[in-house]
Design a protein around this ligand. Structure first.
Ligand SMILES: C[S@@+](CC[C@H](N)C(=O)[O-])C[C@H]1O[C@@H](n2cnc3c(N)ncnc32)[C@H](O)[C@@H]1O
Length: 564
């Protein structure tokens, strides 16, 4: 028995005299060593077999945990996800060499910054999500920091609050050196700008906003389409929204239920207490902040929001859960427009109201077209841009300057919602077929076709998965058919693209609220033709549309033509 082993035993039992907080940490994975005195007085250390087995099991558990951790670290974000789009920007800022070296040595999660540390940063680029992406002026370690509301070439101070792979997130505390070519605070129209997470670009001129959005489209096709330079048309300038403010026809602010301790003894109140916040999430958080008005929403929506806020105060003691409110602008639905004697374009018909029940009927005009839908279901939120958008799509399908007249006669409107594109474009086609997953939206699409006096022989809508439409439109001549695609953010699935390519329409117009998945899908359509697996398409044009001024969102329209 060596003295050092004895010493270890001694110090263990000594430590038991200490208060728990001062005792050396005994790892649960260590076998318990017990000291006893033998009959001849010598001390014996006994490690039981059970303890050894326990230790081995614990080591196995540790190894498994470590492997899981390594796998998790190695896992990159899902392609086209918001995290992936950001990760691509981070790599540009840090440079591929720095990213590769950090990955090789496994230091890509070792942030040089502490939680809540205040750091000085230089902003390098504006990320596709609208946040500035900066590097530290003090640390030599390649590490990026994402700072909302910071602009390229600015020096800023930020407080770090979260870490991820080779980057951290920080709250903007101060713009030390502003970029006066871009930043113009006199343009800001909202008192909550900078704290509310809704808008990112109010300090930019509108032209700059459109330029930044074009750049997002350029980057998306570079990162996700896999198209060669020869296959890529120049990305056109972003089409502006006629209204830059007061355009949002829908808002969905929310509020939390009263905290439990307050709810217990709560009586009806008439003045809004401090803890009640009715509004939108604070920038970079899931915490609601109080918003009395939103200047990007229409005046009718703002007026209703003010009235509902007062109502919520008087009823708040009755809520046990948080609530999402809905404000949706509508034309006055009490006017019976099925009656042919009604002049739908008269002032009486055009009175705006705001509905708050998701099941309520909403009525909306797009030019001289009338649409109805349920307040809770999908319809575009910026009415002012819908005529320019549908005109653009029509001109893409029937280019006014084409040397020969178009032969297109049929339109397939996939992901058609309440029938916006199919109905507005219907005069240019002999036949239109639409498909949409929501039964409710299809009920309205059919009603909208009737309201707009389009015959059932000409236009039809069906509920179903978008890819299923191609089996239904077998009688549509592919050479004379245009397919419009307007999917949700996640884009099209494999089944849809396979069916689309088997059908092989002459023209494809792909409208999207997520240019990254759009670029991926367009890339897949083009690749299938390039590799001889399907008919070949050229990408004629890609253009951003600004459906959401003052925010970083961009809609995009890509036009493809079959060449073989
Ligand atoms: C961006 S919206 C476009 C709606 C319509 N084109 C418009 O502009 O009003 C996408 C629509 O796709 C529908 N959708 C989602 N997944 C679908 C699927 N797998 N098949 C068909 N429609 C789907 C949604 O219900 C939603 O109405």
């Amino acid at each position: 028995m060596s003295t050092s082993q004895l010493g270890q035993v001694r110090s263990l039992s000594d430590s038991e005299e200490l208060p728990p907080s001062k005792r050396p940490r005994t790892d649960a994975t260590e076998p318990q060593i017990s000291a006893s005195t033998s009959t001849n007085g010598a001390q014996v250390i006994a490690i039981s077999e059970a303890d050894i087995l326990k230790q081995k099991a614990a080591e196995r558990r540790d190894r498994k945990r470590e492997n899981r951790r390594k796998k998790q670290l190695a896992k990159l974000p899902d392609p086209c996800s918001a995290e992936d789009v950001l990760w691509k920007d981070i790599q540009v800022v840090l440079g591929q060499d720095a990213v590769n070296s950090a990955t090789e040595v496994g230091s890509e999660f070792d942030s040089p910054f502490k939680h809540q540390e205040e750091v000085e940063l230089e902003v390098k680029i504006l990320g596709s999500n609208g946040d500035g992406i900066a590097v530290s002026t003090g640390s030599s370690k390649p590490w990026a920091v994402v700072v909302p509301l910071a602009l390229p070439n600015e020096r800023v101070r930020a407080r770090i609050y979260r870490h991820a792979r080779l980057h951290s997130f920080g709250d903007l505390l101060e713009v030390i050196t502003p970029n006066n070519e871009l930043r113009d605070s006199s343009l800001i129209r909202c008192k909550y700008f900078g704290t509310c997470g809704g808008c990112q670009y109010q300090m930019l001129s509108y032209e700059t906003q459109l330029d930044f959005k074009r750049n997002v489209v350029v980057k998306a096709f570079k990162n996700y389409s896999n198209l060669s330079d020869e296959e890529m048309p120049p990305i056109l300038s972003t089409v502006p929204s006629p209204l830059k403010y007061e355009y949002r026809t829908k808002l969905t602010p929310h509020f939390e239920a009263p905290p439990k301790d307050i709810r217990k003894n709560m009586k009806p109140i008439s003045e809004k207490p401090d803890w009640l916040k009715i509004g939108f999430n604070r920038v970079g958080t899931q915490k609601v902040m109080d918003i009395e008005e939103c200047p990007i929403a229409t005046p009718v929506v703002n007026a209703q929001m003010a009235a509902t806020r007062e109502e919520v105060v008087t009823k708040v003691h009755t809520y046990k859960k948080g609530v999402s409110l809905l404000f949706r602008e509508s034309l006055d639905t009490s006017v019976n427009i099925d009656d042919d004697s009604v002049d739908r374009l008269s002032d009486a018909f055009n009175k705006q109201i705001c509905v708050t029940d998701p099941k309520s009927l909403v009525r909306e005009r797009v030019g001289d077209w009338i649409f109805e839908y349920n307040a809770g279901s999908f319809f575009q939120n910026n009415n002012s841009v819908l005529l320019p958008l549908t005109d653009y799509v029509r001109n893409a399908i029937f280019p006014p300057d084409a040397p020969t007249p178009s032969t297109l006669t049929h339109l397939v409107d996939t992901y058609c919602g309440a029938g916006l594109f199919g109905i507005v474009l219907s005069p240019s086609f002999q036949k239109v077929a639409g498909i949409e997953l929501s039964q409710d939206s299809i009920r309205f699409a059919t009603r909208n076709a009737e309201l707009n006096k389009i015959s059932k022989d000409k236009i039809s809508f069906r509920a179903g998965n978008a890819g299923e439409i191609f089996a239904v439109v077998q009688d549509f001549p592919a050479d004379q058919t245009a397919v419009l695609i307007d999917p949700p953010r996640k884009g099209c699935d494999e089944f849809f693209i396979k069916q689309l390519l088997e059908f092989g329409p002459k023209t494809i117009v792909y409208v999207s609220c997520n240019v990254h998945t759009q670029a991926r899908d367009v890339g897949q359509i083009m690749e299938a033709g390039r590799t001889g697996k399907a008919k070949k398409y050229t990408l004629d044009s890609v253009r951003g549309f600004d459906l959401f001024p003052q925010t970083a969102h961009v809609e995009s329209v890509a036009v493809l033509t079959r060449v073989s």
